[in-house]
Each structure stands twice: as C-alpha cells, then as structure tokens.
Ligand binder design. Sequence first.
Ligand SMILES: [Zn+2]
Length: 413
Amino acid sequence: MKPLVVDKDRLQCEIDEFALITEAAPPVVTRVLFSEADLRGRNYVKERCTDAGLTLRTDAVGNMFARWHGTSRQLPAIATGSHIDAIPNAGKYDGVVGVLGAIEAIRTLQTAGFQPRRSIELIIFTSEEPTRFGIGCLGSRLLGGVLSLERAAALRDRYGKDLEFWRKQGGCPGPLDSVKLAKDSYAAFVELHIEQGPVLEAEKLDIGVVEKIAAPSTLRIQLTGVGGHAGATLMPGRRDALLAGAEITLAVEQAATTTGSPDTVGTTGILRIEPGAVNSVPYKAYLEIDLRDTSVKTRDAALHQIEAAIIEICTRRKIEFTMERLNVDPPAICDAKLVETVAGIASGLDFSVKKMISRAYHDSLFMAQVCPTTMIFIPCFKGYSHRPDEFSSPEQIEKGVRVLAETFAQLAK
Ligand SMILES: [Zn+2]
C-alpha cells in the first residue's frame, strides 16, 4: 500500500458545501430529522458514497449504511459513522466531520491501493440530536437495542406527528423491529468527532482517544401548588411551586457534588413557572434535570438522592408533583484494546494524543452495546459546539481522518 494522503482541500470543500444544506440562513446550520434539509443532506451523502463505490442500504428508522466490501465478506465489518442532523442554530462540524471525514478516509485508502479483507462500513445515524422527538440518538438506540419498540412507537414531535409518520416521510423501509443489530454485526466501531470541549485545544493536542463516555439521565418534574395574589396571600400556608422547584435545583447540586466522583454533573436546565406574573404566587413549576457520570453506580446513587429529595421537599411544602425519568442511559467504557490501537496509530504518526472522557454523549454510547467501540476526537475552537461559530481547521480535521484511515487499514487488513 502506498502512503496515505488525505485530500484535505476536497474534504473542506464538501464540508463547506454541506453546510449550505440548511433550514436557516448560512452560516447557521439547522437540519432537523427528516426535514427537507435533512433529506437533501442524506442525498448529498449518498451521492458521495456511490461515487466512492460503496453499497448503500437504509434501515427502518432511516439509519444509512454505506459498505466498502472486503475480500472476506463473511467476516464482521469494521464500522464508523456519525450524524448529519443538526440542532437549530448549529454549526457545520458536529457529526459531519465523522461522516464526510469517513468517506474521505475510505477514498484515501482506495487511492493508496488498499484492499480491505474485512468490509468497512459507514453508518449515518438517524437523529443523534433530540430536536424532533425530545430523545437523542434515536437511530443508534434502536441499533443497540436500548430503546423499546413501544417507546419508539409512542414518540411524538411538537406537532403531534409520530415516528411512523416521519418514517414514511423519510422513505424508511420495513418494520422497526428489524433495526436492532446482532451482537456480532461488527468487529469494531470507531467514531470521528470534534471534541465539543476545550481540552485538546488548551493542551495543544492533535488527537483525543475516548476511553469512557458519560451517560445522561434526564428527569422531568411538574409541580403544582396553589396560586394567589402576591399581596393578599399571606406567607403562612402558602404553597408556592417555584420555591419547591428552587429547593429541588439546590438538591441537584448537592447530589452531584457529593458522590465522591469528579465526573458527576447535575444541571437543572429548564425551570418554567406559571402564571409568571410579578404579583402572583407561582402555582406551577416545570423542571428538567440532566445528570451525568461515567460510572453507573455513582450516577444512579445521585439520581436516587435527587428523587428522594423531590419527594421530601414536595411533601413538606404540600406541593403535588409528577416525576418522570425521560431516559437513564448506561455509560460506556470503551474497549481498552481498541483504545490502545487507535492511540498507538496516532502517536505512530507523530501526532500528540491524549486518552480522554467524552462528557457529551454520542451514537458511540449505544454502539458500545454492540461491539468494541471508541472515538477519535479532534480539537475545535474554544470547545464551541452547537453554535454557528463552531470550527476545526482543515489541518486538524486532516489529522483525525488520517488516524481513522490508518485504523481502518490496521483493523480491516
Ligand atoms: Zn455530534
């Protein structure tokens, strides 16, 4: 095989072109699952895959698979992939680097005359972002068997349209129960992604190899107290929903800071009250809490502590409440051997490399249920992500693609 040369200019051209496929005015990127922009984006990727001689298939939830057939077709393939959907007001690198970058890695190998023994397969996951249905990683959850078919069928978007409607819209064939992957479907899964955090840039490093992926759990809480005139309702006997909510936010902080693990993080990202008038006692509060950790043990301990606090606070304050676990996902420990392999490849190329934790979650979290998994991170400007000024340089991307291509070469030969 000739030395691998990534065509970084061609890739950058494609990333720039792809960023113009958006529901918002460029440079803002918005591509919500099965929107017109998402469908155009899917076609763009399909064309590039076909040009590279890859065989395409789409599953029942719209995950797309593009396979470069190896000489030993019976062997489990090496898989890679990411997503092309983007939240409202996003940038052009999140997910896209792992999709267009993987196509470039495959073309790089083809140009060098590499012939894989194992097949190499690119997966473009459906709805990594939660915009449409309020749940992230829809495609990879179903691939990993982490989401029940009943829950998937019950998903609705804000207009009340269900997954069945959108599946038809997206032209996804077959029944949903055909999506789940068998355990031996792939020999390995490696996702290329921008870091979405500041570590690599701050430490002037080229490559991060992910050892653990923190898993989120999300709680939704509705509190109902008793409203009233802010002047006429005297303090004794008030049942103020906001005050209960405020105590709950502090209980979240308390739980997240006392697990003994530095990786536990708890956030009350949503707190809405009704009626929301300056002279009225809040009678309703609505909270959503995000709790993450790399260890399921400490994460679940904190989760139970928060739930117990909610019950205690609401009972003491005579507030009616409902609490719902929207998701409780398993954190992933990446395959140690695969992590060593990828880190070794990166240092062999003279790239500076660090093993690290992914604190954002990714489709890899659920692919880890199927096969040995890790991720390749590249630095991004100030760690910015999910905003239009998200940026990684062509050179930074080139290094990530190079490591991915070399990983394919090593694992598929
Ligand atoms: Zn992403």
